[in-house]
Design a protein around this ligand. Structure first.
Ligand SMILES: NC(=O)c1ccc[n+]([C@@H]2O[C@H](COP(=O)([O-])OP(=O)(O)OC[C@H]3O[C@@H](n4cnc5c(N)ncnc54)[C@H](O)[C@@H]3O)[C@@H](O)[C@H]2O)c1
Length: 421
């Protein structure tokens, strides 16, 4: 299928760029469209801005002559398929679908008969049929007749090197049977397994369900950890024991709280729909609340340790390891670590950060430190927030005065100056 088929991918971020790479690897001609000129320039200069994608891969795509990048929506005129991967944030706790609306309006004047449009942005049930469909149809183009529209949620797991994008089963849907057939054909040619569902609503709800369950599970384990701390029981040891049960228990681990563009957002899309429909989703709401408490809990643990060490909070030196929302990803969006450093900065603590994966600017005017024995020795507390791979944890343990470990990376050590959270 790939040889003569061209695909426009709109939004070249954490979802769109890996997808563009996958389609390109399978031989499709790709046109990437993004309004961020910094990103388009980097790609044209054969540079990747994602930690999961090497410059080499972008260089090969550009050099092949089958990957072009633009911010001009006229480019969709010549393609067979259009995939939309733009952000869907929350604003004032309400879903913001303005990026999807904007893209649908931008492509509408350039659409051609027989084109297939697939929305991949995470969104609540009803978006594809009620928002996108009316925006892309006109008197000459009708979905199901001469224009095809579907929804396929993105399940990529940035930073996860154990499973490649094409191995993740792809849920696909279409507004009509003919639409579904086209979506299945396209994705079936690049993903190892496609999972057709009966409507875009089912596919949209699937994504919301997956991420809501994850939010609730992470928040639950964090809440239980408050109690474990109180009882002086190491929850990590409890989880290790519990997960030996061959059925019915899934291990989730405590941490500083959820982050990224999905888990702190998608469940609240669903909860917003629930409120709209008079069906409050109270589990999601409580899980959200626990997540808001988490950074305060972590900082309270730091304050408690400083007090034991007889160090004043307002002059304490804190070395934070890890800023991103999870390990091995250069993404700090909604990262709970940001809230932790903000709370500590508000208490006048002198905070420095080490994050080998995230190279961007650190908010709140916080400086970086180099991970070395002498810099670690200067901190009153070394606070581990993210368990990035390839950090020499033994050096951290050996040279820190006091370690507070929220990710159990020092679990193997019985050193007395380590506090496991
Ligand atoms: N990041 C993830 O791990 C992940 C996983 C699954 C699903 N999703 C969902 O995928 C969608 C995209 O997320 P992301 O993480 O890739 O976001 P992102 O911010 O990394 O990328 C979005 C890209 O869209 C571009 N963009 C914004 N408006 C545009 C417009 N009008 N025209 C063209 N380009 C435009 C931005 O410049 C940006 O490059 C969201 O709905 C998100 O919830 C994300």
């Amino acid at each position: 299928m790939a040889a003569n088929v061209s695909v426009a991918i709109i939004g070249l971020g954490f979802v769109g760029l890996p997808l563009a790479c996958l389609f390109s690897r399978k031989g499709y001609r790709i046109i990437g469209i993004d309004i961020d000129s910094d990103k388009t320039e980097q790609l044209l200069n054969k540079k990747s801005y994602l930690s999961d994608i090497e410059d080499q891969e972008i260089a090969e795509m550009v050099d092949s002559g089958r990957f072009t990048v633009t911010s001009d929506f006229r480019a969709v005129e010549g393609v067979n398929c259009i995939i939309i991967c733009v952000p869907t944030p929350l604003h004032n706790r309400e879903p913001d679908l303005s990026y999807i609306t904007s893209v649908a309006k931008s492509i509408a004047p350039h659409l051609q008969p027989q084109q297939l449009i697939v929305l991949e942005s995470s969104t609540y049930p009803g978006t594809t049929e009620q928002l996108v469909k009316p925006l892309v149809e006109n008197s000459l183009l009708k979905v199901g007749e001469n224009l095809f529209l579907g929804y396929s949620p993105e399940r990529i797991d940035p930073g996860n090197k154990t499973i490649s994008i094409e191995d993740i089963p792809k849920v696909v849907s279409g507004v009509t049977k003919e639409c579904l057939k086209k979506v299945e054909q396209l994705y079936g040619s690049v993903f190892k397994r496609v999972v057709p569902v009966s409507s875009p609503g089912v596919a949209e709800f699937t994504k919301m369900l997956e991420n809501s369950q994850r939010l609730i599970n992470i928040s639950f384990i964090n809440e239980v950890n408050f109690l474990a701390k109180k009882l002086n029981i190491n929850l990590w040891a409890v989880i290790e024991a519990a997960k030996t049960k061959p059925m019915g228990f899934t291990a989730y681990y405590p941490g500083v709280g959820i982050g990224g563009h999905c888990i702190p957002v998608d469940p609240f899309f669903l909860s917003w729909v629930g409120m709209r429909e008079g069906v409050p989703l109270t589990m999601i709401q409580s899980a959200g609340l626990i997540n808001e408490i988490m950074p305060h809990f972590i900082v309270s643990q730091v304050v408690q340790q400083l007090s034991k060490l007889q160090v004043q909070s307002d002059s304490a030196k804190i070395g934070v390891i890890g800023l991103t929302y999870k390990k091995d990803v250069n993404d700090i969006r909604e990262s709970a670590a940001l809230k932790v450093i903000e709370l500590m900065a508000n208490k006048q603590m002198l905070v420095s950060v080490y994050d080998p994966v995230y190279q961007g600017v650190i908010p709140h005017g916080v400086e970086r430190f180099v991970l070395a024995p002498d810099s670690l020795a200067k901190f009153d507390v070394t606070l581990i927030l993210v368990d990035h791979s390839n950090i020499p944890w033994d050096v951290v343990i050996q040279h820190s005065k006091c370690v507070i470990d929220t990710r159990n990376v020092t679990g193997h050590s019985e050193a007395k100056h380590i506090i496991h959270i």
